[in-house]
Design a protein around this ligand. Structure first.
Ligand SMILES: [Cu+2]
Length: 661
């Protein structure tokens, strides 16, 4: 059985919608089409589920697509993983195997990267190739999905020139996916805008890839964030400098154009970015953690497909999860949805792939690059150790029975297949969707991620770490990669740090649609207790340069939201259950219905961040009815954003600017 998403709406879990309906607030307003970004107007592309035939065909060949390693360099197939560097091969479907952008340290280290449309063999179903958007550079013939991996050394800066080549001989290409014209920015009229964000980077504000740093194809139009500071004088794009000053970690780059991030990323615009450093190199040299070819990248994304194998993206008003709202939306216009879930799971751009391994430990650098889906992954009887978080290594490895990864998060894992020779392991997912107390358990293909066959002979020429030593081995050993000091210890050493209180709450937009938003809370100062705010409301948080602050995130919505902050790395302090009065409804400046947290908040017993969350983070899971506290230092001036990394939420409208002054 496939995931039956049309029945997942639970009228009791959307607290505000229920409250507004009871209060008799009008839920409907006329919806009009505006001239802006041209989307896919074929209603088949708006489907909430995959075409049944395509789904059955893809499910029928599950675990038959070969796992592709985005960290693989060269053409080695040692370890059972095929991979290629900047040269490339094609299958009969014209698919390009992923490779690695690997600059030579000490040279100019410049890359010109073009977002382009291409075909990819995603499903492995004969005759059903997928039109995708990917990235290519001047050294390569074709774009890839996901984009090729950057691999850089700490402290060695690179320059990336990003260009929008989403155009054909007849001019700008329409979007592959339906575009809700009521949420899309209206400025671009010359094609689909892109803005490439380097997620995890400590970048100067003009090189961040912020939502307003967009360019349309051939840079016919640019957003207000494109200025002389980042305009590329050598070609029609933007030019960003990445200092790579951070410690060894897995970043990623992905599109971030205002209000269509979810669509650009779903079309394919994302890839990995690996930073190396001497501490990590020493761990590899000492055979403490696995190294290539036993280091794997794993980008998990869910998708839906139409009858010919192209992506669909849920946007049909008839599928809106609240029937009362669905009845008021015009049937002929695509609509934003509260979330978007796929029924086919891709790893590194391949549906449910199969990985062949030797009986030894493998390092897995995992990214959840999905729109809305969290994954709670189990690996059968395979011992699993987490050794790092979003932005660096843990002090020591932590044995895990399963892991839960939110959209935008990365995890550094060691899977120990040493005692698994001859065994087959299916990596399974059990996370409910949406991820919160009212979510629906996954079914069918959404419960499966990939398969591992431990069926290659062990290459005894390559030394093998002992994974079971990871929980007792120091992983942070150099002066530039010092041991993590627990956030609570750092906090205790601060004198009167600034505390900022944010809320995650759900309102409704002018059409009655669910609208997750960020906002502010203050227990005593009414002027600071603003309630929910829109992306376009002025910044409320203006931390001073080099300040270390406590940000408290009060989640008064029904779901877990992964909050991501640009620029910074932070530590999770703790999460504390809260009880509070039912949120009051507000009418926001732009007419939306918002919520505000008023009256006393009663806090329960704080739950310190678990050991496996003790590393540097840039994205944190904020559970409902908890206050989640992070300790964060602001290291550059400028206007950056913080947002939920559920892409459907950040587009509509759970994202805010903050300004380091
Ligand atoms: Cu969210």
């Amino acid at each position: 059985m496939k995931n039956s998403k049309t029945t997942r709406f639970n009228p009791s879990r959307r607290r505000l919608v229920q409250g507004l309906a009871a209060a008799g607030v009008p839920m409907a307003a006329p919806m009009k089409a505006l001239a802006a970004i041209t989307g896919n107007n074929n209603v088949a592309s708006w489907a909430i589920n995959s075409d049944p035939t395509t789904y059955a065909q893809a499910f029928g060949v599950r675990f038959m697509n070969a796992f592709v390693n985005p960290l693989g360099a060269g053409t080695s197939t040692v370890g059972g993983v095929g991979s290629l560097a900047l040269t490339e091969t094609s299958t009969t479907f014209g698919t390009v195997v992923n490779g690695v952008y690997k600059p030579d340290v000490g040279t100019t280290n410049q890359f010109t990267l073009l977002a382009q449309q291409t075909q990819a063999n995603v499903l492995g179903v004969f005759g059903k190739s997928t039109t995708v958007w990917g990235y290519k550079n001047f050294e390569t013939v074709r774009p890839t999905f996901p984009g090729r991996t950057f691999e850089v050394q700490r402290g060695a800066a690179i320059t990336a020139k990003w260009r929008n080549s989403l155009a054909g001989s007849a001019g700008p290409l329409p979007h592959l996916l339906p575009v809700d014209q009521t949420t899309a920015i209206q400025t671009p009229t010359s094609g689909v805008p892109i803005a490439t964000h380097h997620h995890g980077s400590d970048s100067a504000v003009e090189f961040d890839g912020l939502p307003d740093q967009w360019t349309t194809p051939l840079r016919v139009q640019v957003g207000p964030g494109v200025t002389a500071a980042n305009l590329d004088p050598t070609g029609p794009g933007v030019r960003y400098q990445y200092t790579n000053a951070q410690e060894a970690s897995l970043h990623w780059y992905h599109d971030h154009a205002e209000s269509i991030t979810r669509l650009n990323v779903t079309a394919g615009l994302a890839g990995l970015y690996v930073v190396r450093d001497p501490n990590e190199a020493a761990l590899m040299a000492a055979n403490i953690i696995p190294k290539a070819p036993y280091e794997l990248g794993m980008v998990i994304q869910d998708r839906t497909f139409d009858a010919v194998g192209n992506f669909t993206y849920s946007a049909n008003p008839a599928d809106y999860p609240d029937p009362a709202v669905a009845a008021t939306l015009p049937a002929n216009l695509p609509t934003a949805m509260p979330e978007n879930f796929g029924d086919i799971i891709l790893v590194n751009g391949k549906a449910w792939p199969n990985l062949r391994t030797e009986p030894r430990p493998y390092r897995v650098r995992m990214l959840n690059g999905s729109d809305s889906r969290f994954y709670t992954l189990s690996f059968g009887t395979t011992p699993v150790y987490q050794i790092g978080t979003d932005l660096g290594l843990l002090n020591k490895g932590v044995a895990m029975s399963s892991i839960t990864i939110a959209p935008g998060e990365r995890m550094d894992l060691v899977l120990d297949f040493t005692a698994m020779a001859g065994k087959t392991v299916v990596v399974t997912n059990s996370a409910v969707a949406p991820f919160g107390p009212g979510g629906t358990p996954p079914t069918g293909g959404a419960t499966l991620v990939m398969q591992v066959q431990v069926n290659l002979p062990r290459n005894t020429a390559n030394p093998m770490p002992v994974a079971s030593l990871l929980p007792t081995t120091n992983l942070r050993r150099t002066t530039t990669t010092p041991a993590m000091v627990p956030a609570a210890t750092r906090l205790a050493g601060l004198v009167n740090p600034t505390v900022r209180r944010l809320i995650l709450g759900e309102g409704t937009d002018q059409y009655g649609r669910i609208l997750p938003m960020l906002g502010t809370y203050h227990p005593t100062n009414a002027a600071l207790n603003r309630g929910t705010l829109s992306f376009n409301d002025p910044p409320t948080e203006t931390p001073p340069l080099n300040a270390t602050e406590v940000w408290e995130i009060y989640n008064i919505s029904a779901d877990v939201h992964p909050l991501h902050m640009h620029l910074v790395q932070f530590q999770v302090i703790d999460r504390t259950p809260i009880t509070y009065n039912p949120p009051t409804t507000t009418t926001m400046a732009n007419g939306w219905q918002g919520v505000k947290l008023e009256g006393p908040v009663t806090k329960g017993v704080a739950e310190p961040a678990p050991a496996h969350e003790g590393g540097w983070k840039d994205t944190v899971q904020c559970p409902p009815d908890y206050v989640t506290r992070i300790l964060v230092k602001f290291t550059r001036r400028g206007k950056y954003v913080y947002h939920c990394h559920i892409l459907s939420h950040e587009d509509h409208d759970m994202m805010r600017w903050y300004q380091v002054v």
